[in-house]
Design a protein around this ligand. Structure first.
Ligand code: DGL
Length: 268
């Protein structure tokens, strides 16, 4: 059995929503997670910058022995996946394709909404992935940058969050969508208030859940008695990461290490 870890990276702490789903489905795998907390957010940055950061992150995970890399960050997946797949010598999977496939299976009226960071929405990555598989489907997109801060503040039940959700989603909901893709690591944290506003007729697609099903196809979890080990790395601000991580994972995390950016990250 291959005891090398699954590598996961994100621009910061939000990718723990993906970690959580992967850990549920793969209890026996070792997992190494890297959150680029020194350079978060990726959402407003240019594609070139996000590609550079993503390659560095993936190379760092390779140094940690990753046998496969999951790009938890939707913004990285949207703009950097082809470059990562070219440059990184292990399988690299992102969240856009799995999220799109789940949305296509969920829609009945062929009208899908996608929400994400500015970078993800600007890239049209979800729309392109959906049209490629199902050209008859109409996709309506909306960037919701403030959701990231609201999720990090833990304001799932706050009135401010309800107002911001209404502001971003009001127009999208006039498009008669029946499916809404939560195309950002942080949005599953706001699933309840988003669902309350959208109403029970709209199915929410969580890209964090969707990617684990793709991973299961590539990496069937081997039978074993030994639970997998977790290792977490961040590039800055461990305290803040710890605090938000304990809310997302509903437990304290151990094995958190701060790594410095620099040449030592590179394996070649
Ligand atoms: N992780 C990012 C994403 O899923 C959200 C936070 C950021 O902007 O870096 O797109």
């Amino acid at each position: 059995m291959n005891k090398q870890p699954i590598g996961i990276f994100d621009s910061g702490v939000g990718g723990l929503t993906v970690f959580k789903e992967i850990r549920k489905l793969f209890p026996f795998e070792d997992i190494v997670y890297f959150g680029d907390t020194a350079r978060v957010p990726y959402g407003p940055k240019s594609p070139r910058t996000v590609v550079d950061y993503s390659i560095q992150n993936a190379r760092f995970l390779m140094q940690c022995g990753a046998k496969i890399i999951v790009v938890a960050c939707n913004t990285s997946s949207a703009v950097a996946l082809p470059e990562l797949q070219k440059k990184i010598p292990v399988p690299v999977i992102g969240v856009i394709e799995p999220g799109s496939i789940s949305a296509i299976s969920a829609t009945i009226n062929n009208r899908i909404g996608v929400i994400g960071t500015e970078g993800t929405i600007r890239s049209k990555a979800y729309a392109d992935a959906i049209y490629k598989i199902a050209p008859d489907i109409q996709v309506f997109s909306q960037a919701c940058p403030l959701f990231v801060s609201l999720a990090e503040e833990g304001w799932e039940d706050h009135d401010v969050t309800k107002l911001v959700i209404a502001e971003y989603l009001e127009n999208l909901l006039t498009k008669n969508i029946d499916t809404l893709v939560l195309g950002c690591t942080h949005y599953p944290i706001l699933k309840k208030p988003i669902g309350d506003f959208a109403g029970s007729n709209i199915k929410l697609v969580d890209s964090a859940e969707a990617v684990t099903h793709q991973l299961l196809k590539i990496l069937p979890d081997p039978e074993t008695e030994v639970n997998g080990q977790d290792r977490f790395y961040v590039s800055d601000n461990e305290q803040k990461f710890m605090k938000i991580a304990s809310r997302i994972l509903e437990k304290e995390i151990k094995n958190l290490i701060n790594v410095k950016l620099g040449e030592s990250w590179y394996i070649s």
